[in-house]
Design a protein around this ligand. Structure first.
Ligand SMILES: Cc1cc2nc3c(=O)[nH]c(=O)nc-3n(C[C@H](O)[C@H](O)[C@H](O)COP(=O)(O)OP(=O)(O)OC[C@H]3O[C@@H](n4cnc5c(N)ncnc54)[C@H](O)[C@@H]3O)c2cc1C
Length: 464
């Protein structure tokens, strides 16, 4: 029988996540295998005891913060079982390093990959810069071992039907990168991806691996204005390999297109002083290639679209590589410094919109009248606009602006969360995005899988 830990000093380390919200819990379980996970969940279901799965607590949404009850940590489920098979608690980046040493590649690359777990990346359908080419975590998962909230062990592949009596919501998920709500899945595997630890505990995964790309060209290009930046984004993604699209001959075909706005460049200038004075935006780009790096094709395209070509940093030698890393590092580091200086939390967006709506949402972000820094995955129309309030009144205004922008993203056919998930902090936004009927369908599914509503209580949807 697995024993709980109830020492408050130990529990203390498990009560918050990267959202900086704090919860409470009565006991912690650290199971070593799926059978022990099943034992804890069966007991919790019988006693009506809430259970929150906790992994590395890098969630920015309060998803791993318990609202009472038990904590189930995946930290001891940390074995890599074969090159393509690992337990849920394995650190994603460590797993990827092992796989890459063997010449193989598991593409999902959340920025937090060296801090977060594989099981949570699957549970939250995490994404990263390379998702422009490779999509989110979902297509890279082939089989899961799951424990249901009633303590049943299941194996799920894309051929595993959804059990009878589980009413999977048939809803029109936005056709963008999204991590919001239950997937309208036609198989058990897809239902388990993106459920944020509310339907199943993921104890083990079999993953799809591909050969490690031969070489990757990285560059940072500077632009004099937003218009030329957006023109270049359109040009760079034309004919590129993206989920569901093969590359077209002659396409520039990047695997990542990342954006930095003029305020982000101010942060860069403080650390990299020769950042061009005329630059009002920058793009970080990665291109996989075999043989010679396609520098010339990129150079020509940049010149034609009006980039400040002579300032482009191409990481072909060690000095340029270091400079490029310094530019990239300067932005999150600078944002954190500002947050500490302000003594107020930042309010950061995670919305994505369809390609056709990129210019419109960018214009809305630009128009926000508050201290702000915008950067992120522009290839997927998925920007993180960070609002930086300096006092409580501004914080209130930032939250209001955030809500208005979320609704605008939804009206444009987008999502309220492209990668960070809903957790506890964005439940109201999810409700607005999907509407009352779909929300009720989500609840019906949750009740069918988890009659006592014990697993991940408070995450994604409220019980009523
Ligand atoms: C600096 C920073 C950068 C980030 N960058 C990105 C990014 O680029 N892309 C991105 O997508 N996210 C990003 N995130 C968010 C976060 O890292 C991801 O959501 C990650 O998947 C959470 O992993 P974790 O191990 O910390 O999970 P936790 O925070 O512990 O848990 C997250 C959720 O998953 C559930 N869960 C955890 N493990 C399991 C399991 N085995 N089975 C079922 N449910 C489980 C939990 O109950 C909880 O609901 C970032 C966070 C930070 C702090």
């Amino acid at each position: 029988m697995i024993q709980p830990i109830t020492d408050p000093a130990v529990l203390e380390g498990y009560l918050s996540d990267a959202s900086n919200t704090r919860g409470r819990a009565e006991a912690l379980f650290r199971p070593r295998d799926a059978e022990e996970v099943a034992e804890v969940l069966a007991r919790a279901q019988a006693e009506g005891m809430p259970v929150t799965v906790t992994a590395q607590r890098t969630s920015t949404t309060g998803a791993s913060v318990p609202e009472g009850g038990w904590l189930l940590s995946t930290e001891r489920l940390n074995a890599v079982l074969a090159p393509d098979r690992a337990q849920g608690g394995v650190i994603l980046g460590q797993y990827q390093d092992q796989v890459e040493a063997a010449g193989l590649f598991f593409p999902p690359d959340p920025t937090s990959r060296h801090e977060c777990s594989l099981g949570a990346a699957i549970a939250c359908n995490a994404s990263g810069a390379r998702s422009f080419r490779y999509g989110p975590t979902r297509p890279w998962v082939e089989e899961l071992q799951l424990v249901t909230p009633t303590g049943q062990l299941l194996r799920a592949t894309r051929s595993t039907p959804i059990p009878d009596g589980w009413p999977v919501p048939r809803w029109a998920e936005p056709a963008v990168k999204t991590a919001a709500g239950y997937a309208p899945a036609d198989n058990l595997l897809d239902l388990a991806i993106g459920q944020e630890g509310t339907l199943f505990v993921i104890t083990e995964a079999r993953l799809r691996l591909i050969p490690l790309p031969g070489a990757v060209l990285s560059l940072i290009a500077y632009f004099p204005d937003l218009a030329s930046t957006l023109r270049f984004v359109e040009r760079a993604r034309r004919g590129a390999q993206r989920p569901g699209h093969l590359p077209e001959p002659g396409a520039l075909n990047p695997r990542a297109i990342e954006y930095y706005d003029h305020n982000a460049l101010e942060l860069v200038r403080a650390r990299v002083p020769d950042t061009p004075a005329l630059a009002r935006a920058a793009l970080f780009i990665e291109v996989e290639h075999e043989g010679e790096a396609p520098v010339e094709a990129w150079w020509e395209a940049l010149e034609e679209e009006g980039a400040l070509v002579e300032h482009t940093i191409v990481a072909t030698d060690e000095g340029a590589r270091r400079k490029l890393l310094a530019v990239r590092h300067a932005v999150p580091a600078g944002v954190n410094e500002r947050v500490v200086h302000n003594g107020m939390p930042k309010v950061g967006t995670d919305f994505a919109v369809p390609d056709a709506a990129l210019a419109e949402i960018m214009a809305a972000y630009e128009a926000v009248d508050m201290d702000k820094i915008c950067f992120g995955h522009i290839g997927d129309n998925h920007l993180h606009l960070n609002l930086l309030p300096t006092d409580a009144a501004e914080l209130g205004r930032a939250r209001q602006i955030y809500r208005e922008l979320a609704l605008q993203a939804v009206a444009l056919g987008g999502t309220v969360s492209a990668e960070h998930g809903i957790g506890k902090l964005k439940r109201a936004l999810l409700a607005e995005m999907v509407g009352p009927e779909v929300l009720e369908d989500f609840r019906a599914l949750k009740r069918a899988v988890d009659p006592g509503w014990v697993l991940g209580r408070g995450t994604m949807i409220a019980e009523r």
